[in-house]
Design a protein around this ligand. Structure first.
Ligand code: PMP
Length: 436
């Protein structure tokens, strides 16, 4: 098919809600490690990795070779029969997850992983209500959409009952109008007020992404989750860490994002980068919580042998090559480059994130912080023209999200920064650095 045919058929045969990036959609053709090629043969440096999913490089042969071998051996038999692939993945997850988390329920997506976690928290605690955060994203099922804290992703209402939303720790735009650290992390204490005033006073769970992904890589202050953890334990709730974007080393040094806040969650959910692009979902917890599921449960494809092999190979590769350390060192280099750009271009109001999960929030004026969604969209187009793929997010569509494969080098970062410098210059004029 030609590029035009693909775009036309996409419009004709897929739901219109499946939107594409860019004024002229980028038709993908093939990819290898940190590079992706479009149908016209143009090469791009991929700094978004299929929405924070390509952890160890596109089509990494150390993952795909094992998948191919598994495909020829046993592609599917369902969870009705044990096999080596699923137990080997589950065993690895038990070894690297924090605390006493040692049992997994595998499914096919982050949405399912979160659905499973909420169901489990409800049956385990006997409570129903759940506290989520504003600006969060949890998935696209009715329950996951109701957990989500952004109107644009909640259009298929009515939502599920029993979900309330606390203020999120968004320091750049503090919902309480305060400044860190003199605020004493007042937003964390809001969780208690929310439980006391908008629930029955007994909750099933608190669910949060350690760094809010679609929300625009909003990164809470270091005290935040510890304070919240203490509060929710007084009201019967489990702590669910949604590690769909932050898991598997991406935030640097640690396997899971929540470990950066020194909190041991009761349940961890994962998907995306866990299997480097093969559909996967995982809900992981302690045995006594897992045992609360009564009755029968099945997920036809959950822990499918090919998926399980892909996930195990991805996790092994991250461990063998110490990619969580690479995320720290290359991530620090990346952060420094982004902060240099911020010095030069006032359109960059905030730079935030951790490890190889970094974002820039675009504003019309750093004083008023008025969001700049048009400039954000134009910047993305300019980067695309110059051969760099990046992502977008934020409630106002004004945050650039970047999550390259975790095995990139500093030279890849330098190339990306150079491209972004040129793209920023095309979108807005730099300030005379000397004059500032
Ligand atoms: N949680 C988070 C933090 C996510 O970013 C996403 C997907 N963007 C989901 C859950 C849902 O995952 P999926 O699209 O695989 O259902």
């Amino acid at each position: 098919m030609t590029r035009e045919e693909i775009i036309r058929k996409h419009k004709q045969y897929l739901f219109p809600s499946i939107t594409n990036y860019y004024e002229n959609p980028l038709v993908t053709d093939h990819a290898s490690m940190q590079y992706l090629w479009d149908s016209e043969g143009k090469k791009y440096l991929d700094f978004f990795g299929g929405i924070v999913t390509v952890s160890v490089g596109h089509c990494n042969p150390r993952v795909t070779s094992k998948m191919k071998a598994q495909m020829d051996k046993l592609q599917h038999a369902s969870t009705l029969f044990p096999n080596e692939a699923i137990v080997s993945l589950a065993e690895k997850c038990a070894q690297i997850t924090p605390g006493e988390i040692s049992q997994s329920f595998f499914s096919n997506s982050g949405t399912e992983a979160n659905e499973t976690a909420i169901q489990l928290a409800r049956v385990h605690t006997g409570n129903y209500e759940v506290v989520a955060l504003r600006h969060s994203y949890s998935g696209r099922s009715q329950l996951a959409q109701s957990l989500t804290g952004q109107s644009s992703w909640r259009k298929s209402l009515p939502g599920a009952s029993g979900v309330v939303h606390a203020l999120n720790p968004y320091c750049y735009r503090c919902p309480l109008g305060k400044t860190y650290p003199s605020c004493n992390v007042a937003c964390a204490n809001d969780v208690e007020a929310v439980i006391q005033t908008t629930t029955s006073g007994q909750i099933a769970a608190f669910i949060a992404e350690p760094i809010q992904g679609l929300g625009g890589f909003i990164t809470p202050p270091k005290e935040y989750f510890k304070i919240v953890f203490k509060i929710l334990k007084n009201y019967g709730g489990l702590f669910i860490a949604d590690e769909v974007q932050t898991g598997w080393g991406r935030t640097g040094k640690k396997w899971f994002g929540i470990e950066q806040w020194e909190v041991t969650p009761d349940i961890i959910t994962a998907a995306k980068g866990m299997a480097n692009g093969t559909p996967v979902g995982a809900t992981m917890t302690r045995p006594e919580i897992a045992a609360s599921f009564k009755g029968l449960q099945i997920s036809t494809f959950g822990g499918n042998p090919v998926t399980a092999v892909a996930a195990r190979a991805t996790i092994d590769l991250i461990e063998e090559d110490r990619l969580m350390d690479n995320c720290s060192t290359v991530g620090a280099h990346f952060r420094a480059g982004l902060e240099d750009l911020q010095e030069k271009y006032p359109v960059i109001g905030d730079v935030r994130g951790m490890g190889l999960m970094q974002a820039m929030e675009f504003v019309k004026d750093p004083e008023t912080k008025e969001p700049a969604p048009q400039e954000t969209a134009r910047f993305m187009e300019e980067c695309r023209t110059r051969g760099l793929l990046i992502g977008k997010g934020g409630l106002y569509g004004n945050v650039i999200r970047m999550s390259p494969p975790m095995n990139i080098a500093k030279s890849d970062v330098d190339e990306a920064i150079k491209v972004m410098d040129g793209a920023l210059a095309a979108v807005c004029s730099p300030v005379a650095v000397a004059a500032r």
